[in-house]
Design a protein around this ligand. Structure first.
Ligand code: ZN
Length: 336
């Protein structure tokens, strides 16, 4: 491209795509709408770069693109155990759950993972979902590393060590990988095994997060969490453990989602100083990271440190009425 050529926006790229199809007949074998969706993703990447300070989009190597979208499906695209995809026809699937009644299927995304190919279907329906009133039993939740989570009602859940447990297995495989010839058949086999192990770690973690989120929803009506600077924490000396616990995924994605599905409220409060405050009298009680017990010299309050901060978090939320939306926008491939 010449230096003074205009910014290659989506429309411009679509025109280039038509030309590219003449030069590369292979492109014609791919669904036209799926190709356009890739251009749309690229446009978003450029936009995020200028507006949100993200990095420059990088070229993908073969095999690096993990998914693609069919933004529209034909008539009657779903059946028991199969989906009909544009330009591919009927594809058998192992259906993980029944299709929801009264919904219209809008798009299908094909995802490639180490364990195989997945189809993610997107359904739409005209529904109005009322905002959850923030009333009832409030539960404050403190997340940490000694305990994954401590709640203001006394519940404490130990930190799972998925990654650390499976890491020795991972290390072994990675050591073996070094001895293989790069790109050879055995190298590729081992690579796949490692990828599958990573996928299993992620799945186990996600499953744990969902179970904990449901457990919290069983115990209260409004779940109050602290807003943490997770990027900063994961760069600290406990960074590996922070990432292992996956606190960001839990606090920012899974917990709000489960609360939304269960009709429970989810609130975030300022996390500053929650561990240094007495929940019973409000006096400041200085603690270092190694002080695991809260003793208040002013009122005699005594309890585990994390429970004390969970109660402080809960107290900070009572009376608040603003609610964060858990989901609803940012769906890739859905055109305005
Ligand atoms: Zn006190």
């Amino acid at each position: 491209m010449a230096a003074d050529s205009p910014y290659p926006g989506f429309v411009h790229q679509c025109k280039s795509l038509t030309q590219a199809k003449q030069a590369n007949p292979d492109l014609k074998t791919v669904n036209a709408q799926s190709l356009q969706q890739v251009l749309k993703t690229l446009e978003k990447a450029f936009k995020d770069r200028s507006e949100r300070g993200f990095g420059f989009p990088r070229f993908k190597k073969p095999g690096q693109m993990k998914s693609f979208v069919f933004p529209q499906l034909g008539k009657n695209p779903l059946g028991e155990g199969w989906v009909k995809l544009p330009s591919l026809g009927i594809v058998k699937i192992r259906q993980s759950r029944p299709y929801p009644d009264g919904f219209e299927v809008k798009q299908a995304r094909i995802v490639k993972r180490a364990s195989g190919f997945y189809v993610m279907l997107c359904f739409q329906a005209e529904l109005s979902i009322p905002d959850v009133p923030l009333v009832g039993q409030f539960i404050g939740v403190d997340v940490g590393l000694e305990y994954f989570l401590s709640a203001s009602d006394g519940l404490q859940v130990h930190r799972p060590r998925f990654f650390c447990d499976l890491q020795s297995e991972l290390k072994l495989l990675q050591r073996r990988l070094k001895k293989k010839v790069l790109g050879s058949k055995n190298w590729r086999k081992l690579q796949l095994k490692i990828a599958k192990l990573h996928e299993r770690i992620g799945n186990t973690r996600k499953d744990f997060h969902f179970k904990i989120a449901h457990l919290l929803c069983d115990r209260g009506d409004v779940i109050v969490v602290e807003s943490l600077n997770l990027v900063g924490l994961s760069r600290g000396f406990l960074g590996k453990h922070m990432l292992d616990a996956g606190l960001g995924q839990f606090l920012n994605q899974i917990l709000p989602w489960v609360c939304f599905k269960r009709g429970k409220g989810c609130l975030k409060v300022d996390a500053r100083g929650t561990s240094q405050e007495c929940p019973d009298c409000g006096h400041a009680v200085k603690k270092t990271l190694s002080d695991r017990w809260h003793h208040c010299p002013h009122c005699g309050s005594s309890m585990p440190r994390d429970i004390a901060s969970a109660i402080v978090i809960k107290q900070r939320a009572v009376g608040r009425t603003v609610q964060e939306k858990a989901c609803g926008d940012g769906l890739a491939g859905v055109a305005a």
